[in-house]
Ligand binder design. Sequence first.
Ligand SMILES: Cc1cc2nc3c(=O)[nH]c(=O)nc-3n(C[C@H](O)[C@H](O)[C@H](O)COP(=O)(O)OP(=O)(O)OC[C@H]3O[C@@H](n4cnc5c(N)ncnc54)[C@H](O)[C@@H]3O)c2cc1C
Length: 262
Amino acid sequence: MEILVCIKQVPGTSKVEVDEKTGVLKRDGVDSKMNPYDLYALETALRIRETSSGNIGVISMGPPQAMEVIKEAYMMGVDRGALISDRKFAGADVLATSYTISQGIRKMGNVDLIICGKQTTDGDTAQVGPEIAEYLGLPHVANVLKILEVKDKSIVVEMDMPNTIEVAEVNFPCLITVEKDIFQPRLPSYKMKLKTRDKKIETICLNDFEDRDENKYGLNGSPTQVERIFPPDANTDRETWTGSSEEISDRLIKKIKELKFV
Ligand SMILES: Cc1cc2nc3c(=O)[nH]c(=O)nc-3n(C[C@H](O)[C@H](O)[C@H](O)COP(=O)(O)OP(=O)(O)OC[C@H]3O[C@@H](n4cnc5c(N)ncnc54)[C@H](O)[C@@H]3O)c2cc1C
């Protein structure tokens, strides 16, 4: 089976400045790491390979430094990695990002199962996975909690719906996005780090795509207009209460109700 995992490099800190003109995060020079939710997607792929065999590829869209997350995936045991990177992709919103990644996936060749994380810790929209699937015309299931069975031509999964848990069987090729805790992600291995030190990372740019229409990528291909981005005001109000434990706990319950937390 050919499995492809989408992984994104995200800032390792919440202290990222915003370009006031474009409303885009200034990511240059900021510490970065693999989107934590994508570690669960990677682990899911590795577990499926252990029981059903096959190959695992990873794909990431980002600037050249995003190769670091591909190297990390190699250290976890992934077979193949590609970075989609081109200045023409800068300023892409969710729609343009998903279209770009879908074109990158087409370039990588046949795939049976695409696995994405549930969401990222920076953009946080949880839309990229389903949008990639729509662009590729594939069936997809989001918020997968458990892999129940991997068959020759389909996968059976448990998905988290708002009020229920549903079981779905989806034919390959398909895309799933997985919940945190589906499996405990393994740590990158030092042995694998040495073994994969010179492992090739493919790079994919606009010229490699089937669709090279520049109007569909980057800022040109992004219908989203960001009017303003600003950090939320920090609420520094404090109250100090004194009294017996019973008095304070009664007051705490009243306050929680007053603030409509319950
Ligand atoms: C107007 C506008 C301009 C923007 N300009 C830029 C910009 O210049 N540079 C920039 O970096 N961001 C930019 N962004 C943010 C960018 O659009 C999002 O980071 C991107 O769409 C991913 O969305 P998300 O983080 O919400 O992913 P989610 O939908 O929350 O991610 C779900 C899953 O999809 C996969 N995935 C998501 N993104 C990637 C990726 N890049 N590569 C591989 N897999 C991925 C992962 O598996 C992830 O777990 C811009 C956004 C807007 C609205």
